[in-house]
Design a protein around this ligand. Structure first.
Ligand code: FRU
Length: 517
């Protein structure tokens, strides 16, 4: 029987094509991924399939705000230059008619591409009366030679009856797939609990064929009570550890008052946990900081203002590469974006590594192919007044600063995306070793969070920064990627300057490239 796409999918495809033609290249970032049209949130289905990288994304084509979720789709040879493909999934069945939520992808042995995603169905039966949608895990599969991701006839494949005890069927989402060493399938699904106000369990299911899933086992429980629900789990080996990355919602702020830094701001955050995974028993034992309680250690993945719901994939050459949604989810819908037909960006793909027990992130080397116009300066002295350096400017640049502040220098600053009235500022409090990102003067609306301060490792006044500055964002890689800060801004792209200042002796080596696509 010939396959016919649904009216909802046909409508989305027609609409995105029509709208894309109206969006000018200058309205998009130079090298950060944006939706074909409308709104984007989480990266989904990251995978290498059929000779290309595939990036799907949470997508509301009809508006620059969140709405009924579709899956957008793009492919790339190098993870930097993406080509849009037609919208892959639309909310068009009983089990996903309220939204096709996040999920992941696997390549099957017969050459097909399998997507597993969360379907949001009916809301009328929510026992809390909050109108939440029942959530289940579903499959869409593309056969070799076909272009369509066809929803599996036996969906949902994991549903309410498969929940472990206490699991909430209305907070049950974001399946993360992988294959075990023996080729069998695993998926980790985020799940809230019905019995308590807060608390999350991450449940792992097993399958021999990827379609038939057995009963779940709780791989991880949040006994520390961090946030209310952990979204978008990722679980993978890295170096000599196993890493769990997830996005807890509604966290309480965690501040280090002594140094004035914010470990986690109030709201939704992304954290990582390292530990050991026993392949036989399939138990995960998180690294702990407390012998009595056995409580796990959790660290922020990004110390900036805009980073959420990242997904990690394995590349054919064995790298673990992460892409995040570069937006504070609490702020996304507050932006006044009426001048933009698109809203939402992804981070550049970041290669992950484990050094001294800490997660490190670095832009994939493929981005270096887009560098042009190299400029190098060494031993440049900062001034007491803001100074500019010829040719160190731009809104699509890859800028490395190796800084050394003498002990009498208390603070230094860098401003970028600057003109006479606007700038984004990075301030380094040398004595406390605290780095602050501040976009108060970038022209953002008042209701947007403006600042975050992050304690960085004390290296005796030395600070190494790699700034990937784009038209509407910057990603900052600190001390070889030991920490990162992501920030968006919507300053007019004509604000191109970079300024430096220090209130005492400080010097830097500069390496700068333009990035062109
Ligand atoms: C995270 C998230 C996911 C969900 C999706 C819906 O940002 O809330 O948990 O699947 O977005 O768009």
């Amino acid at each position: 029987m010939e396959y016919r796409i649904s009216n909802e999918l046909a409508k989305a495809r027609e609409y995105e094509k029509e709208q894309e033609a109206l969006i000018k290249e200058e309205d998009r970032p130079v090298y950060h991924f944006t939706p074909r049209t409308g709104w984007l949130n989480d990266p989904n289905g990251l995978s290498y399939y059929d000779g290309k990288y595939h990036l799907f994304y949470q997508y509301h084509p009809y508006d620059s705000h969140w709405g009924p979720m579709h899956w957008g789709h793009a492919v790339s040879k190098d993870m930097i230059r993406w080509k849009y493909l037609p919208c892959a999934l639309a909310p068009d069945t009983e089990y996903d008619g309220s939204g096709c939520f996040s999920g992941s992808a696997l390549v099957m042995d017969d050459g097909s591409h399998l997507l597993m995603y969360t379907g949001c169905g009916d809301s009328s039966a929510d026992p809390t009366g909050k109108g939440r949608w029942i959530q289940s895990q579903n499959i869409a599969i593309k056969s070799p030679g076909s272009d369509e991701y066809i929803k599996y006839g036996k969906n949902p494949v994991i549903k309410e009856k498969d929940l472990p005890e206490g699991g909430d069927a209305y907070e049950f989402r974001d399946p993360y797939l992988w294959r075990a060493e023996d080729g069998t399938f695993r998926v980790l699904v985020a799940n809230g609990r019905t019995d308590e106000e807060t608390g999350t369990q991450l449940t792992m299911y097993r399958s021999d064929d990827g379609f038939n899933w057995g009963s779940g086992k709780v791989l991880f429980e949040d006994e520390r009570r961090i946030g209310v629900m952990w979204e978008c789990p990722n679980f993978f080996p890295l170096g000599d550890k196993h890493v769990l990355i997830a996005s807890p919602m509604d966290m309480q702020a965690e501040e280090e008052e002594a140094v004035g830094s914010i470990r986690f701001p109030q709201g939704n955050n992304v954290c990582y946990i390292t530990g050991k995974y026993d392949k036989k028993s399939e138990d995960f034992t998180p690294d702990s900081d407390d012998a009595d309680t056995g409580y796990y250690i959790y660290e922020p993945v990004d110390g900036g203002l805009d980073f959420y719901a990242p997904q990690v994939m394995k590349t054919p050459d064995g790298r673990r590469v992460m892409i995040g949604w570069m937006q504070d989810p609490m702020m996304g819908n507050l932006h006044d974006v009426k001048d933009f037909r698109i809203f939402g960006q992804m981070t550049v793909p970041r290669e992950l590594s484990m050094k001294n027990g800490r997660l490190h992130q670095w832009p994939v080397s493929e981005i270096e192919e887009y560098r042009t116009d190299k400029d190098i300066y060494s031993g440049v002295a900062f001034g007491n007044d803001w100074i500019r350096i010829p040719s160190i400017c731009g809104r699509a640049i890859d800028l490395t600063l190796d800084i050394k502040a003498e002990s009498t220098c208390e603070e230094l600053g860098i401003r970028f995306a600057a003109d006479k009235e606007h700038h984004v500022e990075l301030r380094f409090d040398v004595a406390r070793s605290v780095l602050t990102i501040d976009r108060s003067n970038s022209g953002q609306p008042d209701n947007i969070t403006k600042k975050r301060s992050l304690k960085v490792r004390d290296r005796n006044g030395k600070l190494s920064l790699r700034l990937l500055i784009d038209r509407y964002s910057a990603e900052i890689f600190i001390n070889d990627g030991e920490q990162t800060m992501s920030v968006t801004y919507y300053t007019d792209p004509s604000a191109q300057d970079v300024y430096f200042k220090a209130n005492g002796p400080a010097y830097m080596d500069i390496e700068k490239y333009d990035l062109q696509k």
